[in-house]
Design a protein around this ligand. Structure first.
Ligand SMILES: Cc1cc2nc3c(=O)[nH]c(=O)nc-3n(C[C@H](O)[C@H](O)[C@H](O)COP(=O)(O)OP(=O)(O)OC[C@H]3O[C@@H](n4cnc5c(N)ncnc54)[C@H](O)[C@@H]3O)c2cc1C
Length: 317
């Protein structure tokens, strides 16, 4: 490949990607608002949907050799993509990464499987331990990446091992759950940039009806407490040491505060919602306002849980 000659030409890189992945899975100028739970985000230079390890490895090698900016998304439920879109390649997993199988008390599932689907499969097979994840709207890959958790459970409790690919696409290894360095909303992947291909989850045999009942119970709790009818990215801020973000936001009198179409949810102050037509700039301005006011009142600086990526200014000419 004559990469050195064309290193700055993204159009050429996209053509090369189309030699690896069929054209109908390389979407140029694709608006990313359709790929995030916030329903916000400008266009990507290209969004590439890879269906197997070989495609992923070849795409990553090309992008690394050509030093092309790229970012992998899951279900976009913890992302805020800026209004200028993404001046590079967005990678999304599909195809073989959506496979799921169950053997004894183990479930093996591809990184692109939605947690709701994995939880349902666990319940179907009378396997307990994954109920906590049923209402988290992310993929298995995204959940492992950030050790997603709810209602007393976390991915670290159930991950037996994870198959990952190095960011340069050259190697694939299995990492045990113990070596993933899981902690609150964190795994080692945040540091090393490895990509989750699939994961093996160790669950325990239980009673199918009891498992389903627990899922129903948690779904009701979520629907009661969270603004599930509005687009959002879940909890906007991480839980600070010694407190809860929502309580601090309430105490600062910020419930219902809005900037443009973005609002601190009246139902749950820990969520910034898109009430309609919110831009990423609205959300960022509101997040900064909330963070500053909470700091003034409590001395605690809230850190974003939502990952912000992309450009302020559009790359489109
Ligand atoms: C209504 C609502 C409720 C929520 N409730 C919860 C909750 O209770 N608990 C909780 O923890 N979260 C919750 N979230 C946040 C979100 O669903 C989780 O953070 C989820 O794990 C994100 O997964 P995703 O696939 O959407 O990842 P994305 O948002 O697409 O990406 C997030 C990060 O993961 C990385 N990533 C994605 N896939 C992979 C992969 N295969 N390999 C390596 N890295 C990858 C991305 O590069 C990115 O850095 C909620 C969100 C919403 C909208």
């Amino acid at each position: 490949m004559q990469i050195s000659k064309n290193v700055n030409n993204i159009e050429w890189i996209i053509e090369e990607v189309q030699r690896i992945v069929p054209r109908d899975r390389v979407l140029t100028g694709e608006p990313l608002s359709g790929y995030t739970s916030f329903r916000i985000g400008g266009p990507a230079r290209a969004l590439v949907i890879v269906h197997n390890e070989k495609e992923l490895s070849r795409v990553l090698r090309l992008l690394r050799d050509s030093q092309t900016r790229h970012f992998l998304i899951g279900n976009g439920s913890n992302l805020l993509i800026k209004d200028g879109g993404y001046n590079g390649i967005i990678i999304k997993l599909g195809g073989e990464f959506e496979e799921l199988s169950c053997e004894g008390e183990l479930i093996e599932a591809g990184a692109a499987c939605l947690l709701s689907r994995v939880s349902s499969a666990a319940a179907e097979n009378s396997l307990a331990g994954m109920e906590f994840a049923s209402g988290i709207p992310g993929t298995l890959g995204g959940a492992v990446f950030m050790n997603a958790g709810a209602y007393g459970g976390e991915m670290k409790d159930i991950v037996e091992s994870v198959r990952v690919m190095s960011p340069d696409g050259f190697s694939t290894i299995d990492v045990s759950g113990d070596d993933m360095e899981f902690s609150y909303r964190h795994s080692i992947l945040e540091e090393n940039g490895y990509i989750v291909l699939k994961a093996r989850l160790r669950l325990r045999t239980g009673d199918r009806e009891e498992i389903r009942e627990r899922i129903r119970e948690l779904t009701c709790k979520r629907n009661e407490k969270q603004p599930v009818n509005f687009p959002s990215a879940g909890s906007t801020f991480k839980r600070p040491v010694g407190g809860f973000a929502a309580a601090l936001i309430d105490e600062a009198g910020l419930k219902g505060t809005s900037v443009g179409g973005a609002e601190v949810s009246v139902k749950h102050s820990g969520f910034v919602i898109n009430k309609g037509g919110a831009t990423a700039s609205d959300v960022i301005e509101l997040m900064e306002l909330v963070s500053d006011k909470v700091f003034e009142r409590s001395g605690i600086r809230l850190e974003p849980e939502v990952r912000i990526i992309g450009e302020d200014e559009t790359w489109q000419r």
